[in-house]
Ligand binder design. Structure first.
Ligand SMILES: [Zn+2]
Length: 496
């Protein structure tokens, strides 16, 4: 069965496949030829904590992302991709499961994914893919179910190696030690090593890579800081953001933190270039490369820093770029709002995935082919420990974003709503409540329908296999806590 109707560079031409070889940076081999019906390789890159508006291809003028900009020029960029959640744990589970956090149930940072839910690597493994992953956010530990379907899943090397100096010391870590927490280079090395495993096999591969660096602390290698803010001599060294207790610092200090964040993005952009060039050397024309993020980052736009604190645009607006030479359009930009959980639905059509279990999101394949994408509202949540009983949800269409707060269900109680017209007020500073009632009602209906359908789907999966408490080991727990997340509480309610 043929997969996604492709834009073929030369109809009937043989598709390249991977010959057994060892891949090392700079020494990757070319590949041999195979049958035409081989499904495409998939490289899915999540750059943690990456807000769209700090990338050149989304209009930023600081030169943070020359390589991501190249990828976008060669493929399809979604101008308005919103995350399913505003922090890592639920958002990454949504990307891999194609389900909203209220359906997959991993919202507190403590849950192990229901065994009834099938993730993207599980689907692909069933269909003959070799699946490998490397992550450097410790919250993507295998204890939570993130490793399901992967033949090789490295959730440990990057963070353990980078932070070894910190966790051996009894005393507080030094500034120099903290500065060593640069994981991107290790992630790239491990990813290329796993790519080497892939080329030894005569099968398509799925490579999942999560770069953690833009997440606080903002401590890229020094030259990446100097690129964006050379003369700063104030107190902000990028390691002490949490000490601000969520409040933005003075203007000059804030500028420096933004420069450090931009330095992290530039650093990861260089790492991504190394990774994609390694893939290109072995399978450029047989690979779909996808770059997304799990959430954005706040720099005081609404009075707070970091992420996971709300659903405003700075925390939810994430990049989405697809590149697949000869298979999808190139240089195309799509305005319709989409979600990062649409990745699974889109690959379900492109690969295609056979007999999938129920998932959410929608296929973006029409847009990748160059066809119009029908308008559809996109829903995202603030899922967060200690506040899970008060829902904070956003629904976005191509013009408006409706924020809603409610205790349990928008259906059973009056949600508190705020509507923003992002065409006129892109950073959601002035809610409109009177003049656009029609739009508000339309989006409330979209929220109600999605919520109702999600509740049914959650119950269906829970009735088959309930979510359980994850049991991360000591090392994982220590690392998770070190990056500001809690572990070890009971699932269901986040407590606090
Ligand atoms: Zn994250």
């Amino acid at each position: 069965m043929r997969g996604f109707p492709l834009l073929r560079a030369s109809s009937g031409a043989p598709v390249l496949f991977l010959a057994a070889a060892t891949v090392a940076l700079g020494t990757a081999p070319r590949v041999a030829c195979a049958a035409d019906d081989r499904p495409p390789n998939v490289v899915l890159v999540v750059i943690d904590t990456l807000r769209s508006d700090h990338l050149g291809c989304y209009g930023y003028e600081r030169g943070t992302s020359p390589f991501i900009d190249e990828l976008a020029a060669e493929g399809v960029l979604f101008e308005h991709c919103y995350s399913a959640a505003s922090w890592t744990f639920p958002a990454c589970m949504s990307i891999l499961s194609g389900l909203l956090p209220i359906v997959h149930g991993c919202e507190c940072g403590t849950e192990r994914l229901s065994e009834a839910i099938v993730t993207l690597p599980q689907y692909l493994a069933r269909q003959g893919y070799y699946c490998a992953g490397v992550v450097s956010n410790p919250h993507l530990d295998r204890a939570f179910g993130f490793a399901r379907g992967f033949h090789d899943y490295d959730d440990r090397t990057a963070f353990v190696q980078a932070s070894a100096g910190l966790f051996r010391a009894d005393a507080a870590p030094t500034h120099e030690q903290v500065n060593d927490i640069v994981t991107g280079n290790v992630v790239t090395q491990r990813a290329v090593s796993l790519l080497g495993n892939a080329v030894k096999r005569d099968q398509p591969f799925f490579l999942f890579v999560l770069y953690f660096d833009p997440h606080d602390s903002y401590v890229p290698p020094a030259r990446y800081v100097e690129r964006f803010d050379k003369g700063y001599d104030g107190p902000m060294d990028g390691t002490n953001v949490a000490a601000l207790r969520g409040r933005p610092p003075a203007k000059r200090d804030l500028e420096h933190l933004v420069a450090r964040y931009d330095g992290e993005i530039a650093y990861v952009d260089d790492q991504l270039r190394r990774l994609v060039e390694a893939v290109d050397r072995v399978a450029r024309d047989e690979t779909i490369t996808i770059v997304v993020s799990d959430h954005g980052e706040a720099f005081g736009e609404h009075g707070h820093m970091l992420h996971g604190n709300g659903v405003h645009r700075e925390e939810m607006w994430t990049p989405m770029i697809w590149r697949a030479p000869g298979r999808i359009a190139s240089g195309r930009r799509v305005r319709e709002p989409v979600s990062n959980l649409d990745v699974l639905a889109t690959l379900a059509e492109m690969v295609p995935i056979r007999n999938p279990r129920p998932y959410q999101g929608r296929s973006l394949a029409p847009a990748l082919r160059g066809d119009p994408l029908a308008p559809a509202p996109v829903l995202g949540l603030r899922s967060r420990p200690a506040v899970a009983t008060m829902r904070h949800v956003v629904v976005a269409d191509d013009r408006f974003r409706l924020h809603a707060r409610f205790e349990h269900s928008p259906l059973a109680e009056g949600a508190v709503n705020q509507l923003f017209d992002i065409a006129k007020d892109p950073w959601e500073r002035n809610p409109i409540v009177d003049r656009h009632q029609t739009s508000a009602l339309r989006m409330r209906r979209a929220l109600d329908e999605t919520w109702r359908a999600s509740a049914r789907l959650y119950e269906q999966y829970q009735s088959e296999a309930p979510t359980t408490a994850a049991r991360p080991d000591k090392v994982a727990r220590r690392h998770i806590e070190s990056v500001g997340y809690m572990a070890g509480r009971l699932p269901g309610r986040c407590g606090g």
